[in-house]
Design a protein. Sequence first.
Length: 590
Amino acid sequence: MSADPSSLFDRRWRLLVVTLWLAACVWLIWSRWGSIHWFALGDTDDNMRIAQVRAWLNGQGWYDLRQYKLNPPVGFDIHWSRLVDLPIAGLILVFRPLVGGRLAEQIAVTVAPLLPLLVALFSAGLAARRLIDPRAALLAAALVLCCQIALDMFRPLRIDHHGWQLAFLLVTIAGLADPQRIRGGITVGVASALSLVIGLELLPYIAVAGASIGLRWIVHREASPRLFSYAATFGLASAIGFGLFASYANRAPVCDALSPVWLSTVLVGCASLLALTLLNPARWELRLATAVLAASAVAAFYWLSWPHCRGRLEGVSPELYKLWLSNVREARPIYAQNAQTIVATLMLPAIGLVGAAWGIWRARGQEVVFCWLSIVVLSLFSVGMLFWQVRAGPAAQLIGAVGAAFLGWHLVRWFGSSQRMLVRVFGVVGAFLLVSGIASYLAFPFLPKEKKNEAYWKKVTAANRRCPTLPALHPIALMPATTIFTFADLGPRIIAVTHHKAVAGPYHRNGQAILDVHHAFDGAPDQARAIARRHGATLLLVCPFFAESTVYRARSPNGFYARLERGERFPWLEPVKLPKNSPYWLWRIR
């Protein structure tokens, strides 16, 4: 903690952050070694991502993101882009000639999620150097690794796009903290465009970041170079990203991806910002008035030009929301989660808010105060989003890590400067445990637990763990290729590790197929048979006590699935023998 600016933490901060990242990679790979060996892509999105990459490597068009192995024969268009496919496919192509296709895929799904983690650690360290102290980079990077919910998005096998979006969110914060105005504006513009190309999940954060740059210009006219470079870069990079990565389906005016809807809105907004910088009124009142006028014009353009996008961007029907989306755990608000999830999710953002508020106080009268204000607004927004959907937790934690680093830096320095050894040792350790949120885990044994049938949920946990595994699916994979009618949450796993097709996956553009699955398992047996035949399915596969099945069992106790689980059998279903220890039940549809 020497005051010498040429200290190790200042001169070698990049090397220290990379070393920390390598140590984290070793730990994460070791902790997930068994899952890596068994190719246990635990999330439906990860299975869909590897299926998408394989289809591209096997000749499917760059702009064709239709998944033909779900909802056959027509398939359905996924709303993603190829941007996240690039590192995965690149790793497979590099290693496949050396170690073969299977091992190359294992390497790819292991390494690919760790790449955005390096970007996140580096960006957090850079933001800390600019906002806190040149020697605080390592502390901020270490606090990112303490964001356990966010860290799950960077673990091996987590190849979905959320890790890259979270990394670009921290790049945005580093850009906002950049004292060089033009470079800072370019950084925020590029990071915002790349995040938008990947998906719309962080669109509100992108808007807040842009608004904070506009606010700086309103208060300080000298900030116009930052606003100009941001607007020019964001608009240009978004247009290039659309041209390079927008699928055929996303070139239509859809609401759930970077399409003409959002590209036109971004371009109008960026053009408005460029016009503001060219006018650049001398008085702040005029700058405020013109900024409000420009924002109103952009909002009016979106509202009048794209009326079909005024509601939920997913465009799900009320029935689909009721039957499916409302039952997705990450789509539920935080107050609907258990006590442990609430504490683990909120602790670090709360600590970060305290640190960021202190940062505002310490930076008052300086331009950097606007970055702290941006962080506070982003943090408050992300915490507010938690009361809509708990999936905002990773972003809330990473934003909170920056404020927590400010608080931790000053606490560690204060304890570290004590004349008493015990105060120095225990004070520094205690300060880190506090600001990292790790101390909150000590309270878990004392938190109220959910009241549930332990024996029943033990079966559910076992089914969730066993059914997606390669050994469980191996006998099914040996059967001739066909279409399998099964749960929507099993569809992506089926197409990822077998040569079979499935009816549905949990994606809103696959909405009608999802409804068909729910109608089949909720309704009468004859209705289930008709739906399965309509989709060309020849096999019916269920995993008793799988999480999705609990919804059908509870919602429709006299429905088709509940009757199957109770042991009732139907003449149009011919049992297919599976190994004795298989967690599945399989029938041939006559």
